[in-house]
Write a protein that binds this ligand. Structure first.
Ligand code: 3PG
Length: 395
């Protein structure tokens, strides 16, 4: 794919930049600016070179209609504050209001267009909608890896109609992911947690064929343990997926991937912060208790695997990290990985859903080699799927 380095003479050009501004919002206020911060380098670079920077983004899932509380307008000011430059806003992403706002731009100015998903053509990837978007610019830059799993007008359709380039965040993301699973320094360790196996079957099947060690944690570990004949009591467990779990373990054995399951269990009778709990051996999980975290024997085992690895891919927490004290294993493992990364011995890449929150909670995110802000896109990448927004840049 082409990068911003391949762009020259862009002064005065209209550059359409697809960004991901699908940020957490509460009562019309942005509550977490991580994704906004990620898009700054590309905007700065293009603006400094004198381009007219026109931002395309979606927000929420308004299903092709104008929904007042899914406007991107509340994002314009926080973006301007972080950019240290004004950001204009147009209340539609195509048509007259967008055209008029673009006509007013001076070189280096930044304009944010309203939610692309207010038009049904966006999610349908309607060629007519992609053409309307493309007519607003001379060049297209995609800096939204986290939306690249969607084959939409502003991520895929438009890339075929204009000279298309990867933005700096897209580039960093693809380079980080490539270094973790593309051509990694072995041994490669994957840590996969989270509640359910059902949402991660494809991911586990892909990973056992690629990595050397796979730690399975969180609620999904219970399903694997139950498949191995362990009584998991009242723990979250998808008993109907026992065969799937056994199939994944057999595939791992065949490909030489070591699967690492919990060695002990932290159990409680209530799912709430501060619930009374105890650490027990795997053959002693009380029938009326549920596993909410793993204990020190498991933490030691995970730490040993991290020490044995040169590359780490992390997705999902190891326990119910959102309610203390069941965050212990996730925090300990995250900090251990952060330390090894800091000492230059580990390339650590993390992403997907709760993962960023878990690493932030552990105070470890800044020390990982790369933390992706992508949710679904990161998972699809871990599943080994081709992302349409990335593919369109390669065409
Ligand atoms: C995300 O938040 O993961 C991306 O912005 C994609 O959003 P979507 O799942 O609504 O397509």
């Amino acid at each position: 794919f082409k990068k911003l380095d391949d762009l020259s003479d862009i002064a005065g050009k209209r550059v359409l930049v697809r960004v991901d501004l699908n940020v957490p919002m509460n009562g019309g206020k942005v509550t977490d600016t991580t994704r906004i911060e990620r898009v700054l380098p590309t905007i700065h670079e293009l603006s400094e070179k004198g381009a007219k920077v026109i931002l395309l983004a979606h927000f929420g899932r308004p299903k092709g209609q104008r929904v007042a509380d899914m406007s991107l307008e509340p994002v314009a000011q926080p973006l301007a504050d972080l950019l240290l430059a004004p950001v204009d806003f147009a209340d539609d992403c195509v048509g007259k209001s967008a055209e008029d706002a673009i006509a007013e731009l001076s070189d280096g100015d930044v304009l944010l267009l309203e939610n692309t998903r207010f038009h049904a053509g966006e999610e349908k990837n309607d060629p007519a909608f992609a053409k309307d978007l493309a007519e607003l610019g001379d060049i297209y830059v995609n800096d939204a890896f986290s939306a690249a799993h969607r084959a939409h007008g502003s991520t895929e359709g438009i890339a075929k109609l204009l000279p298309a380039y990867a933005g700096r965040t897209m580039q960093a993301e693809l380079e980080a992911l490539g270094s973790a699973l593309g051509e990694p320094k072995r041994p490669v360790l994957a840590v996969v947690g989270g509640a359910k196996v059902s949402s991660k079957i494809d991911l586990l099947e892909n990973l056992v064929g690629k990595v050397d060690m796979l730690v399975i944690g969180g609620g999904m570990a219970n399903t694997f343990m139950a498949a191995n004949g362990i009584n998991v009591g009242k723990s979250l467990c998808e008993h109907d997926l026992a065969d799937t779990a056994r199939r994944i373990m057999a595939a791992a054995e065949k490909s030489g991937c070591e699967i690492v399951l919990p060695a002990d269990a932290v159990v409680a009778r209530e799912f709430k912060a501060g619930a009374e709990n105890e650490t027990v051996a795997l053959d002693a999980i009380p029938s009326d208790a549920m596993m909410l975290d793993v204990g020190s024997a498991s933490i030691t085992k995970v730490a040993e695997k991290i020490d044995a690895a040169n590359t780490l891919v992390w997705n999902g927490p190891l326990g119910a990290f959102e309610i203390a004290p069941f965050d212990k294993a996730t925090v300990a493992a995250a900090r251990h990985a952060a330390e090894r990364t800091k000492s230059g011995k580990l390339n650590s890449v993390a992403g997907g859903g709760d993962t960023v929150a878990a690493l932030n909670h552990a105070g470890a995110a800044d020390d990982f080699s790369y933390v992706s802000t992508a949710g679904g896109a990161f998972l699809e990448w871990l599943e080994g799927k081709e992302l349409p927004g990335v593919k369109a840049l390669e065409a």
